[in-house]
Structure formats: structure tokens, C-alpha cells
Ligand binder design. Sequence first.
Ligand SMILES: *Cc1c(COP(=O)(O)O)cnc(C)c1O
Length: 421
Amino acid sequence: MHLETQCLHAGYEPGNGDPRALPIYQSTTYKYDSTEHVGQLFDLSVPGHMYSRISNPTVSAVEDKIAALEGGVGALCTSSGQAATLIALLNILCSGDHFISTSTIYGGTINLFAVTMKRMGIDVTFVDPNASEEEIQKEFRPNTKAVFGETIANPAIVVLDIEKFARIAHANDVPLFIDNTFATPFLCRPFEFGADIVIHSTTKYMDGHAVQVGGAIVDSGRFDWTCGKFPMFTEPDDSYHGLIYTKDFGNAAFITKARVQLMRDLGSCMTANAAFLLNLGLETLPLRIAKHSENANAVAHYLASCPKIATVNYPTLEGDPSFDLAKHYLPKGCSGVIAFTMKGGREAAIRFIDSLKLASLVVHVADIRTCVLHPASSTHRQLTDEQLVAAGINPGLIRLSCGLEHIDDILEDIRQALEQV
Ligand SMILES: *Cc1c(COP(=O)(O)O)cnc(C)c1O
């Protein structure tokens, strides 16, 4: 079925007389007839819910929907996008391991990689997403176990050459992780271009209404974890009587291990209420993301024509560095997020933002309402100037997330704010 249909129907099929809308199973626990059955659940030898930290029927329905939308074999919802990234990587990386990430990624992810995971003994090397395959290959070490990038980088709006990164990762027998938050599966399905694991901050377009923080990990089921580099998938897990993930769960080894081992131990689960709200967002995702993209395309062209604007980053603009990549990876649109700089630099950016009347200044993107942010003084203020430049962020950069208001009202607000600069 088409994505529009799956957004409405995948994951939950009510039987005769069942509620039409996805029910909220507000229960931490599940009742059983026998201790024998509970024992089997704990051995993972029969499917079923044990405890809502590990799985819950409302959350499961949404996980199945997201897996269907991305074309994966399974998904795991998490309490936030940050938790999704951390759990996905810790599922294959240990202290002493190394991985490669593009430098143009979300500021929170840079902190996670460069500060917190480093402290755990996991080392990262950041690479320019536009570096050649040879240059990126030079960064591989014997202990390199993963490659990470974002489909549309937040906030620089750089489109990733997913096929290039998949080729490099696979030539080194390691998986490619793609944060597909901004694109959503409606604009791009990274598995079709060779990605192995997809991550989402569902807080953004998937929810879309700025009501619930959440995340998701999706497994393509295609990476060969028996290639020799990932013994945790092929050697017995003592915490489950020696089961072997690749043997017992086949091509769902990655997502099963993430759930029954890491979600069990780290506990950053999505709640049933959060999943219910996320599901409401997912039902209208195709309509919203198409309109967000259409409005952003119009705003980007308008900004590009304004004399007070120095640069506009939006991949549908002729001459944008990501123009060709976007044609290939994002033919249906490039989301609602635009990055631009003012000729007057940091001061002009602040004056512009403070003069907006319709667009709200918020620490968020991908909302139905137009919103704006100055990364250098907010989400990325912890980065040094060098790191800012590596992440594609000029101190005067403005991130504008186009909402679903009438395009003329969005343009008028920008026009009057530019007049104040
Ligand atoms: C927001 C965001 C995250 C982090 O997600 P949270 O839900 O805020 O934890 C990760 N990646 C990208 C691209 C994001 O925009």
C-alpha cells in the first residue's frame, strides 16, 4: 500500500467490534494464567507483553506503523530522539570502539557523540559529508564499527549522499545509521539507498504539533551481523540463558536486542500516551510534510530575492550545494526547514527574529506553526567557532521552520521583519 494509506492503517487492525481509533493501553503490566507462560516470556521463547518498559500494545502499534513506513523489519520507540540515537549505537558499540559521523548533524547529537559517548570510551571522528570516499576511508580504524549521518542535516540543511556513505560503510563491513528526522519516510526512505538502521526524533514532523518528545529506531533487517565484527549478536547473551540474537531472531536480531537488552536496562521507553499522540501525528504526516515543503520552497525563493539576505540554504534553490542530491534523494520536497544568513551578521539576525510577529521564537522545528531559531545563541551555543563552521553554522544563521499558515501571511511576516533590520 502507499505511504498515505499506511499512515492511517498500518500497525493497528481492529477486529469485529473493536475501537476504531488506536486505544491507549494505560497499563504497566499484563496478566497471565500460569507461571510457566511467564517463564517462557522471560526466555523470549513466546511473544507477548511482559512489562511496559519493554513493550506495550499502544506503543507496539505505532512501532509497527513506523517500521512499515520506512520499509523495515521492526522498530523500537524511545522516550526521545536522543535516546533513539544512544540506544541504536550502544546496541553495537562498546568501550574501546570507534565510529565515523558526518560533522553536519544536530547539535544535541554532536554533544552526545563528542562528550558523553567519548566519556564512555567510544570514540568518534567527524567527517565532512562532501569529502571524497578516499578521504573518508582514511578515517577508518580496525575498531571502527559504524557510520552515522543525517538525511537533511539540522540546521545546515545539507542533503547527505546516502549511497556514498552506504558504499563506504559496507566496504568496511559496518552498518550505516541514518537520522531521517527532517525528511521523514514520506520524503526519503534511506533503506532504499543502502542505509541499515534509521533513527527518528519523532518530536519533529512525525508528531508535528509540538506536543510530545519521542524517538524511534528502525531496523532494515539487511545488515549481516555475523560478519565477524559484532560478537554481541553471535555469542550467547547470559542475561537470557544464552540465546544468540542472530540465531534466535534472524534478520530482526538488531531491533530485538535493542529492545530486550538495552531498553530493558536503560529504560528510556515511550509511554502509551505519547504513542497515541504520535500516532495522531503520523496519520496526517503526508499531507503536512508536503505542505511544509511547498511553503518552504516559496519562502526560500522569496528570501533569495531579498537584498538584506546574504545566503539561503534550501535544496530546491538553483545553485544550492545540495540541489542535485535533493533531486535524487528528496524528489517530493525538502521539508519546511530553511537556513539563511543576513548581510548584517549576528546583530541583524537577532533584530530580524525579534521583529517577527507571526513566527514564534522557540527551541523547536517542524511544528505546524512557523517557528524560528538562532542556533548560535541557543542549540549550538556550546560549540566553538571552529565547530560551528564545521557544522555549517554561521554566527548569523537563522533557522526558519515554515508552518502550515497561508503562504501570504508567512511571507508578509518576513517582509515586515526585514524592514526593521
Ligand atoms: C531534535 C533532533 C534530535 C533529538 O531528538 P529529541 O527528540 O529532541 O531528543 C535528533 N536529531 C535531529 C535531526 C533532530 O532534529
